[in-house]
Design a protein around this ligand. Structure first.
Ligand code: SAH
Length: 400
């Protein structure tokens, strides 16, 4: 059935990337903009030869339209229900929907063919984040579908939907920020990841309250932890620390400049290992901590800083930041040590990150080998037509 969404026309030759299913239409690709279209409106994209390319959400900015379908179809409850069902089937296929694993990403934007939408599931609560005005306006429909999936035979089990877009694009576009439950309410905020329990603070925490994207890498760290003295830098909720404890670390030190993060880490350690004295945390700047700590104090160091480059313009400084941070770790880690080092900046490529770490290693003069090259987990899939969806990069290094 054809839609009657307002039409946006592409300039001649600008349909090429869309014909290869890239989900973004840049503003420069469009002919004149009709004045009756508002941010978040659904639009139909038409090529210069009159052929319909598909439908998407319009927004003001360099990305003008995020494509939702490469067809002329209605984007309503049925569309979201189908996409969410597909998203759930994939997570089930990945083995993430188990009683001992109740935290996972259900929707990863373009990676789930829903540009502008993120949904993280923590037990029976879904935390929804819009990164586009269009998804902001669709939030009620999406929330309803999330809850109704279960009755429809998809056992997602979500009863509460918390919407959190106070700091994301709708807010920047001066739309009413909303941080509230759209459906239900929950005071039970403990979710399980690989059998470990975590308090998830979706009300006040960063992003949706937890970094589910480090699940696989945390599990890998567990295997390197036996008998090790572990330093978890930029610990946030202490995910790596809790896995290191289970892995049999001799001691685990967690560092974050935010005292709130340190309190979250302490709470999660206490939840899983009450009374265990192997763990200690420090509310301190990571660079200062690395500077003041002794050489060979730790056998295993995790460096998982926030995105140093949020935009391309900050790239040079970001690369310098990664180099400095990693150089300090190479300088201090014990012989035979293992370094887990990450970058979650989308603007920093895998090669650039590796080069920054390589420069840091060379600066230390130590013998360094790459053991693993890490990426984001499978519940953060990368749409093959949208390589920009790859953002998390990590290296596990052996330092002699
Ligand atoms: N490793 C965490 C996620 C890290 S998020 C996990 O697995 O969940 C990045 C963290 O870095 C945030 O908690 C932030 O408070 C902290 N941070 C930012 N700048 C810092 C600095 N200069 N020193 C120490 N911590 C910092």
């Amino acid at each position: 059935m054809a839609t009657n969404y307002p039409i946006l026309r592409l300039k001649r030759g600008k349909e090429e990337s869309l014909d290869r299913f890239h989900p973004w239409v840049f503003s420069g690709a469009l002919t004149a903009m009709p004045s009756d279209i508002d941010e978040g409106d659904l639009v139909r994209i038409v090529a210069s030869d009159g052929r319909t390319i598909g439908v998407g959400h319009f927004q003001i900015g360099s990305i003008a339209v995020r494509m939702l379908a490469f067809d002329d179809i209605e984007i309503g409850a049925g569309f979201y229900r189908d996409c969410l069902t597909q998203a759930w089937l994939l997570r089930q296929r990945l083995g993430l929907t188990r009683p001992d694993n109740t935290a996972f990403r259900l929707v990863h934007g373009e990676g789930d063919f829903l540009p502008g939408l993120v949904v993280d599931v923590y037990g029976d609560t879904a935390v929804v984040q819009a990164h586009s005005p269009g998804m902001h306006f669709a939030r009620e429909v999406i929330a309803r579908q999330l809850v109704e999936l279960t009755a429809g035979g998809v056992p997602l089990g979500v009863k509460n939907v918390y919407y959190k877009s106070e700091t994301t694009l709708p807010y920047k576009a001066h739309l009413d920020p909303v941080n509230d439950y759209l459906i239900g309410h929950s005071d039970e905020n403990i979710a399980t990841e690989n059998g470990l329990r975590f308090n998830i603070d979706w009300l006040r925490g960063q992003k949706t309250g937890f970094f589910v994207d480090q699940r696989d890498n945390r599990a890998l760290l567990e295997h390197y932890s036996r008998g090790a003295r572990v330093l978890n830098m930029f610990c946030y909720t202490g995910g790596f620390s809790v896995y290191a404890m289970r892995g049999g670390a001799e001691l685990v030190h967690s560092v974050d400049s935010s005292s709130k993060a340190v309190a979250l880490t302490d709470a999660n350690i206490a939840l899983n290992f009450p009374g265990d004295t192997r763990h200690k945390s420090f509310a301190e700047d990571a660079f200062k901590f690395l500077e003041r700590m002794e050489k060979s104090q730790y056998d295993l160091i995790v460096l998982d800083p926030p995105a140093f480059a949020k935009h391309r313009s900050a790239l040079r400084n970001a690369l310098r930041g990664y180099q400095k941070l990693n150089a300090a770790a190479f300088d201090k880690i014990a012989p035979g040590g293992v370094l887990f080092t990450f970058s979650c900046s989308q603007a920093v490529s895998r090669e650039q990150f590796r080069l920054a770490v390589f420069s840091a290693a060379a600066q230390s003069g130590r013998k360094v080998r790459i053991l693993h090259q890490l990426t984001q987990p499978a519940d953060h899939p990368i749409n093959i037509y949208h390589p920009e969806g790859e953002y998390l990069k990590g290296l596990i290094l052996y330092v002699e």
